[in-house]
Every structure is written in C-alpha cells, then in structure tokens.
Design a protein around this ligand. Sequence first.
Ligand code: 2IT
Length: 445
Amino acid sequence: MNVNDLMAELERRHPGESEYLQAVREVLTTIEEVYNEHPEFEAAKIAERIVEPDRVFIFKVPWEDDRGTVHVNLGYRVQFNNAIGPYKGGLRFHSSVNLSILKFLGFEQIFKNALTTLPMGGAKGGSDFNPRGKSDREIMRFCQAFMTELWRYIGPETDVPAGDIGVGAREVGYLYGMYRKLARENTGVITGKGLSYGGSLIRPEATGYGAVYFLRQMLETAGDKLQGKTVSISGFGNVAWGAAKKATELGAKVLTISGPDGYIYDPAGLDAEKIDYMLELRATNNDIVSPYAERFAGSKFYEGRKPWEVRVDIALPCATQNELDGDDARTLIQNGVMCVAEASNMGCTPEAIDAFIENRILYGPGKAVNAGGVATSGLEMSQNSMKLNWVASEVDERLRQIMSSIHHACVEYGTERDGYINYMKGANIAGFMKVARSMVEQGIV
Ligand code: 2IT
C-alpha cells in the first residue's frame, strides 16, 4: 500500500469530502509501515476495501412543524464495516451534517469499536435536521419520520444505532418507539434507551467517565496523577457533563466549559451543583452556554472564543471535530499543557496533533479516549440479549476494564524508541490489526 497513491484515488473519487479524507489519511499514514510488513493484507487489498463503506443509505425525511409548515431534511446511515460484529454507531442531528462528516465518523467508529474488545462493526448516521429551538412534538415527529425510513436497514443483529450530537435519551425514546411499532419486535435495536425499556445504567455517563479513566491511566503511566490538576473542557453536552463529573470527583479542577457562543471560565472550578446545572442548560435546547456566567458569581463568559487560551495542565475537547487547531495547540503548549485527551471525535486538527507529538505532549485520540460510550452501548446490547439488567457498579467495573485494555493496546502498539507513547499510532494500529485480520480470515466479501 502506498498512502499517497491511495489518497489521490480517494480524492478523485470523493472530491470535497474533507473530514472523511482527513480521517482516512490519518489512519493510513500511521498504519502504513506495519501494513507493509503483512503481505496477506496487500494480497487481500485490505486498505482499499476498508476505506470504502459497505453501503450508504440516503433518504428524504419530510416532517411538519407545529404551525403546519412542511420541511424536508436528509437522513443518512453509513454502514462502514461489519467484519467483527453488527454495524454499530450513533446518529447525529445537527445542521452541519453531511455525507463527509458521517463517513469520517463511521470510519473512526470501525477502529474505536474494535478497540473496545466487544464484537461491534462501524457505522454512523444522522440528519441535517437542526434540533435547536424545536418543540418536543416537533422533535417527536421528526424522529418518527426519520425512523419510518431507517427501520428497514437496521436490526439487533444487523445494525444498532445510538445517540450522538443532538440525539439524547429523548430522541432515542422516540426513535425506538417508532422502530418497535414498525418492526413489531422489542429487541433493543438502539442503545442509550431509557432505563425502564432496556437501557443500561451508566450509559449516560459512560463517554465522559471512560475518557477520564483513560486520561488517568495516561497520567499514571507517565508517572503523574490526575488529582490536583487543572482541566479545560469544551462543550456542555452529555460528554462534557460526564467528563466534568468524573474529573471533579477524582480531584481535578475543571475551569472551563463552552458552547457555540463562547466559553465560560470559572476559576473556582466546577462542583456538583454546577455540573447538574449543565443538564438544565442543555435541556433549554438553545445551545448557548452564556447563562452559566449569570448564574454563578465569579465565573466569566468569553464571547466567540475557545477555551484553549486558558492556562491548564490538561485539555479535554468534548464538543466536535476539528475544534482544536494548530494555533490552539501552540497556545496550550506555550502555557505548559501536559496532556490533551479528545473526548470528541477527531477533536484536533492534524496540525494540532503534529504539534503535540513533536513536543512530546501526551495526546489521546478520540477513538481511544471516548470509546467508553460505545463500549457501554455494547454492554447494553449484551444485557438486552440476556434479557436482564446489571447494577451500576457492574457496568462501571466493566467500563473501567475496557478502558484499561484500550490503554494497554495503545501502549503495546504506540510506544516509540524514546519511550514516548504515541497513542494515535497505538490506537490506529491496534484497532486496524483486529479488523484487518478478521477481513483476511473471512475472504473477499
Ligand atoms: O461516537 C460515538 O462513539 C457515539 N456517538 C456512541 C455510539 C454508540 O453506538 O453508542
């Protein structure tokens, strides 16, 4: 495999799909050397096969708002790779959603899911529907219209969606209700469900908790600890909430959260009350974080700015792709950051990642750091199949073990000659090897 040749071919075939091409280039570049030591991969054209999704569904979603006006959105499901298990991955409802973004997310999901140790393939889906400012009834009608089309393509052993940006417990409930009605089965086909109808304890917390468990291991492996460290977090959704909660519980001080409108700097650090308030803020559904500064004295809102300008020990991007760029990385490095762990998918641009690695800063890529979310979805699937529910401590313990084995895999495949752990390389190679071997063993399909 030659990365530049393969990328040139993909750029020709999929012009303008920048996020997808970015995600593929990162993985291919980091695995190239190992790949070329395995002639069986080249013989089966694993690289050429793994970079294209198995199939993509694109469908129209017509729905009616509360005033009776009809709207048309696009719905998608990208079934990327099911070599190691049923397709698995979230649904994103956001105005920015397009094919490139869902292909990048689906591609990342293949390797992330492989790292979890659970049998799940990679997929992603969603819509360019913008939930901001929509009434509850509008959300319900949209979810029903979306599922009216999607249900044919998914199933508990085929493809198991979940939430992502803009799709939380409420949306999963409406989606699941419509699926159950159309398919006439109650098999738990979506994860992130409510606790009373098949959901798992700890799933809401899992992405953020898992990220902090992983972060703690990164620090401990480097001979340091999380306790007493300052942390900047971006976002104020489900992932930021879970990460803030666990980081605070383990003795770190969270100084920032952010929204599309700007960021909050809270020098006193987030406490339990402030973290609970994040849920309230999120429920207002208008996507702004500024009310936090009015509610909590001593905190300050910085309009239109990103939290990466604040001096911290640890940065945790928890919002969306490419939210931390080369300039942000240089600012963080100048300010003495020691560790950057992505809880968002592809939170850092390639330029930012290069800067961290060159400066030997600990950098954890999203597909390892945030894998606790989908891992706990996998645990929800197990519980649904067994028709029983585990207690919270059991799920949390399994989550810890999974994050620990992901960390172990990163160290095994990512340790450089000078002892620096390149987590990006480690995660990409470990995830890739598992899927590639499975594809070789299963033939050309
Ligand atoms: O990016 C992700 O891993 C998710 N949005 C969660 C996917 C899942 O199936 O729980």
